[in-house]
Design a protein around this ligand. Sequence first.
Ligand code: PGA
Length: 246
Amino acid sequence: MRRKLVVGNWKMHGSRAANAELLSALLKARPFGGDVAVCVPAVFLNETAATLAGSDLRWGGQDCSAHEQGAYTGEISATMLAEAGCRYVIVGHSERRAYHREDDALVAAKAQAALARGVTPIVCVGETLAQREAGDTEAVVKRQLSVVIHQLAHCASEIVVAYEPVWAIGTGLTATPEQAQAVHHVLRAQLQAATGHGERMKILYGGSVKADNAATLFGQPDIDGGLIGGAALKAADFIAICRAAG
Ligand code: PGA
């Protein structure tokens, strides 16, 4: 049985005061039945590490550079994330793909850089509304994932995958549990065929997961937890979602 994982993606939200309040509520709400992590803005990583150190809560970044080091102003390397104690880093989030023109090859290179430093990449895939309406959902997510699998070769089984339909992110529109399960099933079959370890790999669902829909989503056979945006910023909501996972 795969252990569930719930990851909060804070995006560009937070402040020292708000983070302290949120993290202390999470610490008090433990233990959870599954694994829980927060991916915070990079400037808050050290404080988050100091607050969560010694607990079973994990933390991570929201992006990393594909490069090891060098003249890349504004970028953060996987080595830096590892030094800040990050267990995870989100790569290929649809907001990065859309606003920073990240393509599949760059996402794959970032995943590889993270793995090389012992940071688990949470690789996001997902279709737009137009792609879903055109019947291209499976082809799109399989293409996105295949580039990563190909690049990582024998290490591909070390990633976490997050299926996030772009039309469901921050919109209040959630994929139905059946729609999400169908895509997760396809992704697991792809992972199994490529790595032989698909059955033990985690595939998270993201896109308007809330306290009231989390349990049904997480109850699907191929949904191993969630990547949570808006609802990860409110302690009560995030805690309820974490509890729904375990
Ligand atoms: P949302 O975001 O939960 O606010 O839809 C999810 C995500 O972007 O990871």
